[in-house]
Design a protein around this ligand. Structure first.
Ligand code: FRU
Length: 504
């Protein structure tokens, strides 16, 4: 008895010690983000199966546990309650005889339509059969399902897989499923090479083709992937949003996510505009979709990377991080609908202002470095500029590496320049300046920047223009300088520390 007690105590002490050491060393790894999700080790790409259930936000993700480059895909799993503190869980889905596990979604089957149990979590994903692809003797992508009755801890694959065989299309993947209440049926939005195909089902097992969209619309610089379809309200009116990731062909090169607004009647998506629109103009927000089971709220998260260099980025133990979760809403500009993305409100309690000024005149430069230094490259910077005119925010470190974020009046556009931001040599196109059109033409500009060690997220004009870029500085960003050519007025200038542990 006594022996058992001592053994248990030693075990607990050792575990506590190793957890401490582990957490410590992980946080100290070069380029490791503090509050964006990144796996402890190995390769990660797309977010998958994002679902909210019982107060917990689940994030599954494309995961290769065998290395730090893309390989046989599994579904990793992590959870959060506050979008800041993430807990990585055991791998959820492993490859099987039908193939590896590509991207897909999860729904909560409230009415037990599939027969796996009331409120079962049902994952709908693409099986990718590498052997068939290599042998070129058949079609290697088809849709399958799996279910969990213990909140995503353990999964059982359905015996009747695949539930949607391949009809003869080489790229046939990334099912995003939602419950379409008006028609009392499930709707699957699927990427089918250069277009989207919609399917419907009463039970998640038998799928019927409804229609297709987009072969001659939108950007087509690359294959269409990872779609999402959901309604948003704008002044009491329901507008449907269709997200489509494409690779390559993004506005600043490589992969990016475009979107369409329109109407969906359970059978067809009809766009109300043919303008090209992008969720994010930075180079590092790909394959993003929204959480399911969140009611009218739509919370989006993307993979903070780009296929152009994802396999080469200079992190060591792991490769890949996710963007901050963002709340999506609709705005109308010049008669067209646009998406507005802003960091979810849950992060607000974690922000602790270290500098705040109501109004301040800027004549050439404001230097916030004294306040930025202790924040160690993790902060939020907010400001409004009275008159839209050229300005730069220069973030730098002791190595003289810098990231420049700014606005150019002549082109009415925002930009992020990472040419001199640190390690860039791993890919020839990485050291570049990216730009994004400003949708508004009014005088006052407001922006928020969120920095987390090796990434910057720019939300301009209350989230109407968004840019996400990763960069790799050799040491933490500790200097912030705001520069303006013309004398101007800044208001609501604040710099905040981001404090992670806010959980009740
Ligand atoms: C998008 C994507 C998906 C696919 C997955 C494979 O980044 O190519 O289309 O399901 O990654 O990992």
């Amino acid at each position: 008895m006594k022996n058992k007690f001592i053994r248990t105590a030693i075990f607990l002490l050792c575990s506590l010690f190793s957890i401490g050491v582990n957490a410590q060393s992980i946080e100290n790894e070069k380029y490791r983000p503090a509050f964006h999700f990144s796996p402890k080790a190995h390769w990660m790409n797309d977010p998958n199966g994002m679902v909210y259930y019982n107060g917990v936000y689940h994030l599954f993700f494309q995961y290769h546990p065998g290395g730090t480059t893309w390989g046989p895909m599994h579904w990793g799993h992590a959870t959060t309650q506050d979008f800041f503190n993430w807990e990585e869980k055991p791998i959820a889905l492993y490859p099987d005889s039908l193939g590896t596990i590509f991207s897909g979604s999860i729904v909560i089957d409230k009415d037990n339509t599939a027969g796996f149990g009331k409120n079962a979590m049902v994952a709908i994903f693409t099986h990718h059969n590498q052997k068939i692809e290599e042998a070129k003797t058949g079609l290697h992508q088809y849709q399958s399902i799996a279910y969990s009755n213990d909140e995503g801890e353990t999964w059982t694959k359905y015996k009747g897989n695949p539930v949607l065989p391949n009809p003869g299309i080489s790229d046939f993947r990334d099912p995003k499923v939602m419950w379409y209440e008006q028609g009392k049926k499930w709707v699957m939005t699927l990427a089918t090479k250069d277009r989207i195909t919609f399917y419907s089902s009463p039970n998640l097992k038998a799928w019927k083709r409804e229609s297709e969209f987009g072969a001659n619309l939108g950007a087509h610089g690359g294959v269409w992937e990872c779609p999402d379809l959901f309604p948003l309200k704008s002044n009491g009116k329901t507008v449907w949003v269709l997200l489509v990731s494409i690779n390559p062909g993004g506005p600043n090169g490589g992969s990016a996510t475009q979107y369409f607004t329109g109407n969906f009647d359970g059978n067809k998506f009809v766009p109300n505009s043919t303008k090209e629109k992008w969720v994010d103009y930075g180079t590092d927000n790909y394959a993003g979709v929204t959480w399911s089971n969140t009611g009218d709220r739509k919370i989006f998260l993307g993979w903070m990377n780009n296929w152009q260099y994802a396999n080469q980025v200079p992190t060591k133990a792991w490769r890949g991080a996710m963007t901050l979760p963002r709340e999506l809403s609709l705005a109308s500009v010049d008669g067209a609908y646009y998406l507005r993305s802003l960091p979810v409100k849950e992060i607000s309690p974690s922000l602790k202002p270290v500098y705040k000024k109501g109004t301040v005149t800027i004549d050439k430069e404001i230097d916030l470095s004294a306040y930025a230094k202790p924040l160690d490259g993790k902060f939020k910077l907010d400001l409004s500029l009275e008159n839209a005119s050229d300005f730069n925010i220069i973030l730098s470190n002791v190595n003289g590496q810098k990231l420049i974020i700014g606005y150019n009046k002549k082109s009415n556009s925002y930009f992020i320049d990472r040419a001199l931001s640190g390690e860039t040599s791993f890919e020839k196109g990485f050291a570049q300046k990216h730009s994004a059109p400003r949708l508004l033409t009014n005088k006052e500009i407001n922006i928020s920047l969120i920095l987390d060690v090796a990434s910057v997220e720019l939300f301009a004009d209350n989230g109407l223009t968004v840019m996400t870029d990763i960069f790799f500085p050799d040491s933490a960003i500790r200097t912030i300088k705001i520069q303006s050519k013309a004398v101007n007025k800044l208001s609501n200038l604040s710099l905040s520390k981001i404090d992670k542990k806010q959980l009740k």
